[in-house]
Design a protein. Structure first.
Length: 82
C-alpha cells in the first residue's frame, strides 16, 4: 500500500484561495440570513402588537386616541391628563 502522508509537510498545507473564497461566501450568506431573520421577527412582532391593540379597542379596554400613533382627535397628546 502506498502512503502519501509521509511525503506531505503538515505545516505547509493551507486551504488556499479556494478555501478563503468559500469562507467568505459562507460568512456572507450567514449575514444575509441573519438580516432576513431579524426583519421577519420584527415584522411578526409589530403585527401581533397591532392585532392586540385592535382586539383591545374592540373590547373597549383602550380608546383609539390612546394608541401610541399620535395625538388624539381633540388635540391632546396620549400622555396628557384627562
Amino acid at each position: 500500500m502506498l502512503t502519501l502522508a509521509a511525503q506531505v509537510d503538515e505545516n505547509a498545507v493551507t486551504p488556499g484561495v479556494i478555501g478563503f473564497i468559500a469562507i467568505i461566501l459562507v460568512a456572507g450568506a450567514t449575514i444575509l440570513l441573519l438580516l432576513d431573520m431579524t426583519r421577519r421577527v420584527r415584522r411578526t412582532r409589530y403585527r401581533s402588537e397591532a392585532r392586540e391593540r385592535l382586539e383591545a379597542e374592540a373590547r373597549g379596554e383602550i380608546l383609539p386616541e390612546d394608541t401610541p400613533d399620535g395625538p388624539a382627535a381633540d388635540g391632546r397628546t396620549p400622555d396628557a391628563p384627562r
